[in-house]
Design a protein around this ligand. Sequence first.
Ligand SMILES: Nc1ncnc2c1ncn2[C@@H]1O[C@H](COP(=O)(O)OP(=O)(O)OP(=O)(O)O)[C@@H](O)[C@H]1O
Length: 344
Amino acid sequence: MLVLSDLVKSHDVFELGPINLTVEDEVVSVLGPSGGGKTTLLSAIAGISDINAGTVVLNDADLTESPPEKRGIVLVFQDGALFPHMTAWENINYAATSPERVDVLAETLEITAILGQKASTLSGGERQRVALARSIAADPAALLLDEPLANLDAPIRRRLRHELRDLLASLDIPVVYVTHDQHEASIIGDRLAVIESGTIHQLGTPTEVFMRPKTPFVASFTGSVNLFQARVDETALVWGDRRIECPAHEYDVDQDVWFCIRPEYVTIADDTTNTNVFLGRIERRVFQGDDYLVTVSPDGMDETVELKLAPLAYNQLQIETREQMHISFERDAIHIIENAPREQ
Ligand SMILES: Nc1ncnc2c1ncn2[C@@H]1O[C@H](COP(=O)(O)OP(=O)(O)OP(=O)(O)O)[C@@H](O)[C@H]1O
C-alpha cells in the first residue's frame, strides 16, 4: 500500500498539494489537463524531486528521506529512457527477475518482433512499450506510469489498454497511471483521481467520477458537457422556464445549483407527454468517428444541449440543421453537483 500524506511540492509559480492519497494494491489512474501536476506528483512519489512537506510511505516503510534508487518504486516517463546500444530484449532483461518473464511481457505488449533490435533504432511507440516491459519485469514494489501509451496510434492503443489493464491488475502492487485520456483512465484504473491546478478534485471509481462528478471541472473534463445552472424547488429543478425532474438529492428548496447530464443520456423524444421533454432547434451535427454529436438549443434559451446518437439512429431520424425536434433528459442520469453562485 502506498500512502501519501499532506504531500506538497512547489515549483516557481505552481504548487502541488497538499495531496492525501492511499493507493492499495490497485491501479489508480490520474487524469488531468496539461500542466495540472500529474508528472510533478509522480516525481514526488519516486523521490526524483525533493518535496516541500508531507510523507511517502510504502508498505509501512517511510520513504520520504530515501533516495529514488532505494525506494523500490519504478517510474516510467513518457519518453521511456533506454540503453541505446542494447537490444530491446537486453533492455528488458537488464533488471528482470527471470528471462521467461521478458518473453511473456513482450508478447502481451506486442513487441516480440522487435526484441532483437537495438533500442536506438526503435520508434517512439516501441520504445515506450520496451520501457514499460522493463519496468514490470524488474518486479517493483510500486509502479508509476506517465502516459505509457501516448505515442501509439489509435488501433494498437485501444487493444493495449485492455491488455495493460489485465497485466497491471495481475501485479498486485500499487500502480499510479497518469494520462489525460478519459477513456484510458477509466478502462485501466480501479479508481480514478482527477487532478487540476495541483489539487485532486475527486477520487472514486470511474463510474462515480463519470456519473457523479463533484465539481463543474470534473464534469466538463470527463465529457459531461451539458452543465447548467438551475434552482431547486419542491419537486424539481427550475432551469430557465422549464422544470426538470431529477432523482432525490440533499439540496434545499430555493438553492442555486449546477446540474449535469452526459450527452449519452439525452435522447430524441417521440412521446412529448413524458417529463423532461423539450422542443429545440438543431444547431449542429458532427460525425465523430463512432457516433454523431448533435447540438440543440432549447426554445427560448441561450444555452445549448449536446446529445450523442449512434449512426443507425442518426440515419433513421434524418436530422437536419435548423429543424426542430423534441429532446428528453433521462431523469435518473441528471446529477446535481454543488451550489452555484446566484446570478445578479
Ligand atoms: N522544474 C520545474 N520548474 C518550474 N516549474 C515546473 C517544473 N516542473 C513543472 N513545472 C510546472 O508545474 C506545473 C505542472 O507540471 P506537470 O509537468 O506536473 O504537469 P502535467 O499534469 O504532468 O502536464 P502534462 O500533461 O503536460 O505532462 C506546470 O505549470 C509546469 O510548468
